[in-house]
Write a protein that binds this ligand. Sequence first.
Ligand SMILES: NC(=O)c1ccc[n+]([C@@H]2O[C@H](COP(=O)([O-])OP(=O)(O)OC[C@H]3O[C@@H](n4cnc5c(N)ncnc54)[C@H](O)[C@@H]3O)[C@@H](O)[C@H]2O)c1
Ligand SMILES: [Zn+2]
Length: 382
Amino acid sequence: MLPEEERNVQTSSGNVDAGPLVVPVALASGGYEIHIGAGLVGRLGELCPPKCGARAVLVSSDRIPAEYADRCMTSLRAAGWAVEQLAVPDGEGAKSLAQAERLYEGCLDAGLDRGATVFALGGGVVGDLSGFVAATFMRGIAFVPVPTTLLSQVDASVGGKTAIDLPRAKNLVGAFHQPALVVADVSTLSTLPAREYLSGMAEVVKHAAIADEGLFRQLEGLGGRCLLADPSGLARVVARNCEIKARVVAADAHETGVRACLNFGHTIGHALEAAASGWSLRHGEAVALGMVAESEAAVRLGLASPEVPTRLRDLLRAQGLALHVGSVDLVRAHAALAHDKKVVNGRLRLPLVPCIGEVTITEGLPVAELAAALDGLLRAGA
Ligand SMILES: NC(=O)c1ccc[n+]([C@@H]2O[C@H](COP(=O)([O-])OP(=O)(O)OC[C@H]3O[C@@H](n4cnc5c(N)ncnc54)[C@H](O)[C@@H]3O)[C@@H](O)[C@H]2O)c1
Ligand SMILES: [Zn+2]
């Protein structure tokens, strides 16, 4: 189901532990590289030397430890960039038109021209907002994400989707804008709150489940151990995830076909997110529950091996995802599922995992089956 792959992670030295890992992202429009390793924020200027324009802004938020921004700024200035720092508030609320406008003003104050670059140091929120500003300021300037959450390193910073939210809906205004380079420093993950790390881990498990049984087994082999204890192992896992997402994105840059495979677990996941009160469920926690429930529905329909939900549940729990539905309102969850924009005449098109490491897009799946799986989760208190 997924496009054929060439395994092409490279290291500058050929030795995984010595240099950053480099994942090339091939696109019809040219492509770019993702550099992954420990301590890369202090080498940002070296990895991204100024080319035609040397003006830049570095966008970050006040929750990202200041030392990361300091190291980025020192390294960029040492490499010859004229760079100013801009701050946005923490949290999803920053993905707004008002914050985008503040950043446009900041870009003007910093003297940015068409040859300038926007660096984004932070998680998916800073990345989506800064990417949107880079996509639209002067009709598009260069963008370099420096993702600092596991979710943004393995997911949000790969694929070129940028967005802001409107009060009525998330990610409603946005643009496809591919980065010039991505620099993922895995050592920044050491300060990430545990719940944010686990939210990213759910997407790591998703990538393994849809595309790489070997990676899935490697994660199972960790038992309860956390990848953060082994920076070079963590870098390899992040790189493998970027490869998997990059392969899908390269085949479907504008999200018209195979990219739907990345939505495994997301139909029920989104319904749970929509029905949870406040921030009681992080995105990855909802996706983890969604993967288990969608796989259980697939087993009932004879579309998946019974070991799929079992292995998913065991791995997610071993890695620390509690698989708790929390304060989800059952009525709202059902309404969200029924109103999913993919549902037509009570049926939908859904990516399912028939066995670990493979994914298929199933057409015409009855939404009632997913509703039953959702009920199962809520009854069990998962
Ligand atoms: N563009 C895409 O393809 C794509 C894909 C998936 C998700 N997203 C978007 O990404 C956003 C979620 O991203 P996220 O999960 O990274 O959340 P986030 O950006 O809100 O970061 C989570 C929290 O961790 C803090 N943080 C970040 N890095 C830290 C670090 N190294 N140390 C300490 N604290 C740190 C942040 O300040 C924040 O409080 C959503 O808005 C979602 O829509 C986009
Ligand atoms: Zn997701």
